[in-house]
Design a protein around this ligand. Structure first.
Ligand SMILES: [Zn+2]
Ligand SMILES: [Zn+2]
Length: 112
């Protein structure tokens, strides 16, 4: 009697675990990675984005990788200098960045 019940419970457990819940059986299928939270890098600061893979069947997030986009460095443009005169300040040859306000501009005081 006791044994029969235990066998019945065991049998029921096996049936439930194999056929009951498809969620446990489902194997996620990763789609193509998508970019999220993208921050563009600037001359001096790194950017980043998350590369996220979702299951194509149910949209569950499978993996998320944080990718760093290295800072670009200044895009320098050279400029010629100008001699100081008695009337006007001059400036040394200098470089500016085409993307930001960075400059190496330095004035030369006018001649005395
Ligand atoms: Zn899935
Ligand atoms: Zn710059």
């Amino acid at each position: 009697m006791n044994l029969n019940i235990r066998v019945a419970v065991l049998f029921l457990t096996i049936v439930l675990s194999t056929s009951g819940c498809t969620f446990n059986v489902h194997k996620h299928m990763g789609g193509l990675p998508v970019e999220e939270n993208r921050i563009e890098p600037t001359c001096t600061e790194d950017g980043s984005y998350d590369s996220v893979v979702y299951c194509v069947d149910d949209g569950v997030e499978i993996s998320r990788e944080h990718i760093i986009l290295p800072s670009l460095g200044h895009d320098l443009v050279d400029h010629q200098g100008k001699e100081a005169t008695y009337e006007e300040d001059g400036y040394l040859p200098y470089a500016t960045c085409s993307r930001c306000d960075y400059t190496t501009y330095q004035t030369i005081p006018k001649k005395q």
